[in-house]
Design a protein around this ligand. Structure first.
Ligand SMILES: *Cc1c(COP(=O)(O)O)cnc(C)c1O
Length: 439
């Protein structure tokens, strides 16, 4: 690359509304993270090889990229893709379908198909993701597990974020059939669990009760490590294709990977007893599913870089960030606490201003159904609601934190974060002399 091109980068940022000072500050933070970028690149290199190896082993061919219609019998592309997922996740089997509408649906499917009336479900890692409260029946809801006579027990994490092994020992009983473990913190303040920690928890539970099914909600965690929870003893891992494993290309879908019997149960629940996995036309989704999975290690790495950049930039400016600037990462979510609603709003508007789609729109807080305070959301996505694409949201309530995730390219993530800083400086939420601090 010529010097001229490199020199024109700051000018380009200025044309896009980033001041010289904000750019220089961001650049200094970016350059200080060279070691982190190398580690993330090595991670994505390994995972890229893993995906290519699985595709080659299963003889993915041009014909696999074409879909079926109608009943979808003998769908070569669908069946091959499911074997590719099983290899990537190191499991006996997998179910990867456009008929699984989202992450919540994939998790509900896993639970409803593997639990029977009289069984008990246990979460040993505290409260599950919001939308699962209605699936389980923690909040009363039509069709919940509770309505079908499936009970729920929960053991919270200890104050320091570790597992309450004594509490778990007391909670596991003769009715316990399935244990659900959420890898990502989601929109809570607890730490995200590493695959190693999940492995330790599963070993403890299997020791208490060997036949219990250990399921992991893998949302936002895929490809953030070289191994998945299914390498560490999980019987079932579940996630959404409009997050990490869809690589930004999958337009819909969810996956389950795990033990043959668990997947078979899920297939009969997804379609119908007697039909199972043999039906379910893939329509036009397969090309994007394959190419998205191929891109997923690299896309997830870009999202990780964006999150690490945000953590370090805002930590140096004195804001609380989770995870902190140096911690190892086990998901792609970054929380930044502003302690003031204006900070949350300025941040989300900055992310929106960097969007390739709907970049001209100004998001505002609104009373979204299902939330107990106004929420502001920034997203300018090619796939509606996709949160592997650069996105942010924050409830307008103390401690006034934003949750930021995604970025199909780190270049886009970097622009988004610089835009947030520009906004916070212009609104004087961040002091004018910010560039003198801690650098
Ligand atoms: C996103 C997410 C879900 C639910 O996924 P949807 O696709 O939004 O239904 C469940 N659990 C966790 C941890 C998530 O991040």
């Amino acid at each position: 690359m010529s010097c001229l091109e490199i020199e024109s980068i700051p000018a380009m940022y200025r044309e896009m509304g980033i001041s010289e000072k904000v750019y220089a500050y961001g650049e200094a933070v970016w350059r200080s993270l060279k070691d982190r970028w190398e580690a993330v690149d090595a991670l994505s290199e390994y995972n890229q090889l893993k995906v290519i190896q699985a595709m080659q082993k299963n003889r993915v061919s041009e014909a696999c990229l074409l879909g079926t219609t109608g009943y979808g019998y003998n769908d070569l592309g669908r069946e091959t893709l499911e074997r590719v997922y099983a290899d990537v996740f190191h499991t006996e089997d997998a179910l990867v379908r456009p008929q699984i509408t989202c992450g919540t649906h994939a998790l509900a499917l896993a639970l409803m198909s593997n639990l029977r009336p009289g069984d008990e479900l246990l979460s040993p890692v505290g409260k599950p993701y919001d939308t699962l409260e209605e699936v389980i029946g923690i909040r009363p809801s039509k069709g919940s597990l509770k309505e079908y006579g499936i009970d729920y027990r929960q053991v919270d994490l200890l104050e320091d974020g570790s597992f309450d092994y004594e509490g778990i020992r007391r909670a596991v009983n003769s009715k316990t059939r399935l244990v659900t473990i959420q890898r990502s913190k989601g929109y809570q303040t607890r730490p995200t669990l590493s695959v190693k920690q999940i492995g330790e928890l599963i070993a403890f539970i299997k020791n208490l009760k060997p036949d219990v099914i250990c399921m992991v909600d893998n949302c936002y965690g895929e490809f953030t490590e070289t191994v998945e929870p299914s390498h560490a003893g999980a019987d079932l891992v579940v996630g959404s294709l409009i997050k990490n494993p869809g690589g930004g290309l999958a337009p819909i879908g969810g996956y389950l990977a795990g033990k043959k019997e668990c997947i078979e149960n899920a297939a009969y629940r997804l379609t119908s007893p007697g039909l199972g996995r043999e039906v379910g036309a893939s329509l036009n989704a397969l090309g994007a599913f394959y190419q998205g999975l191929f891109l997923a290690p690299s896309v997830t790495a870009n999202a990780l870089k964006s999150a690490i950049f945000a953590a370090n930039l805002y930590e140096k400016l004195g804001f609380a960030v989770v995870p902190n600037g140096r911690e190892s990462r086990h998901d792609i979510i970054q929380a930044v606490t502003f302690g003031d609603p204006e900070g949350v709003i300025a941040f989300c508007q900055g992310i929106q201003q960097a969007a390739p789609v709907d970049g001209y729109v100004t998001p505002e807080p609104w009373d979204m159904p299902g939330y107990d305070s106004p929420v502001i959301m920034a997203a300018g996505a090619f796939v509606s609601g996709s949160s592997i694409e650069l996105s942010a949201d924050g409830p307008i309530k103390p401690p006034y934190a934003v949750y930021f995730q995604g970025g199909l390219t780190w270049q886009h993530g970097k622009l988004g974060i610089l835009k947030t800083l520009q906004n916070l400086v212009e609104k004087e939420i961040i002091m004018k002399d910010f560039d003198k601090r801690n650098l």
